[in-house]
Write a protein that binds this ligand. Sequence first.
Ligand SMILES: Cc1cc2nc3c(=O)[nH]c(=O)nc-3n(C[C@H](O)[C@H](O)[C@H](O)COP(=O)(O)OP(=O)(O)OC[C@H]3O[C@@H](n4cnc5c(N)ncnc54)[C@H](O)[C@@H]3O)c2cc1C
Length: 410
Amino acid sequence: MAKTVIVGAGPTGLAAAIAIKQKDSSADVLILEKRHKLNEVEGAGIAMPANSVVALRELGLTEELKEHAYQVKHCIYTEADGRPICRASFTATGTNVPFMAINRGELQNLLLKKARTLGVKVQTGCELINFKQNNNATIEVNWQQQVPISADNKKSELLHDTFDLLISADGIHSKTRALVFPDVKVQDFGLTNWRCIADKPTEFKELEFEPTFMWGNQGQLVMLYPFSKDQCYMYFHTFDEEKNDAQYRSFSADDFKSFGLFVPEILNQIKTQNISLTTSRFQITAKPCYFNPKFSSVLLIGDAAHPVTPILQQGATQGFWDAYFLGKLYNEATVETLPMSFSRSRQDIMQNIMNRSNDPVKNIVSSIRKGDFAERITALRKAGTPLNIAGWKNLFASYPDQINVRITAP
Ligand SMILES: Cc1cc2nc3c(=O)[nH]c(=O)nc-3n(C[C@H](O)[C@H](O)[C@H](O)COP(=O)(O)OP(=O)(O)OC[C@H]3O[C@@H](n4cnc5c(N)ncnc54)[C@H](O)[C@@H]3O)c2cc1C
């Protein structure tokens, strides 16, 4: 039986632990997570396209999704003043599997609860420092553990242990990736985004909601995704590749003052209720970094292996699919061959999904640079289908297994 350590208790790390324990209830799985509180996650909400929902059902979370996630039915693109550009039902993506949205904290909680119920050990306040692979292919892992000594003080201890398998799910700025793929660079698109949770705007409260994407003429985007009866996930982005790291972090409501519909009300909520916003940039790697034969007992998954732009919402989604494949291989492959077999089955699919997620954003950025973003809006109006709906339709047609996989009983 392999002794497995997973680094990172984000959506991918937790899903991977669940997938392993479902295949082998006696598996010895430890998660090391540097944060102290697991439900305090940044990023507000998460949209789950149909293939995300299928993967989570496969991980035995059907009931949890019914209870905590919210089904969205249509998607509309408008100009900044609210004039419609195009709209479509999610069934236009060619599947009847629901599209859902959820509060990130709730997603994190339900994954954590499931992992713990299955007997996964989760240690918080533990930051991976480094590791080395021994001649017998075992992995020696060193981490720093923060131990509280009083209400205000913590001391840190250096700890280490030896494992058969190291699975790294430590996110976009993965320390493991830096060690295993030192030449891989993270590319930045110059797009800054801010995300928060807000009350649903009053004028829409009684209506059946739809996610709304509002495009400004310089390529700004405001997105509203409902994730409960009363709350929604708000997302703003602007293009500002000239700005430096410190400048891009501050949110300026002025960038969005020309936006209509519900935007003024949301901006007012942000100001008067002092709502905090999570800031991040669109960052990617050029190819998936799952496995390097020099570290045969190490597998990277989720954002650590393949950060993508969020246009098709495949980030967490493909983290769940990584978990699903890991579970499948856990029984089929030996521990010595698992990382390599995993990489062989996932590398090409993931490269394709990365390209489909990144190319539209590259086009958007090039239009903004050339100053012809308005033409892109005209082309969208002509095409008549929101970019993401068209993208999902093609994705699901190319990878029907991610939609039609046989749903196993939880
Ligand atoms: C603007 C934006 C919107 C997005 N919207 C969506 C969406 O709607 N749907 C979707 O599917 N995806 C979306 N994504 C992508 C999604 O957020 C990520 O793909 C997802 O969070 C990746 O999960 P993960 O577990 O791999 O990494 P993370 O969520 O980053 O988790 C990594 C974990 O590892 C821990 N960690 C890091 N370093 C260490 C260390 N050294 N030691 C121990 N622990 C460590 C971190 O604390 C963290 O808990 C979006 C991304 C962005 C930027």
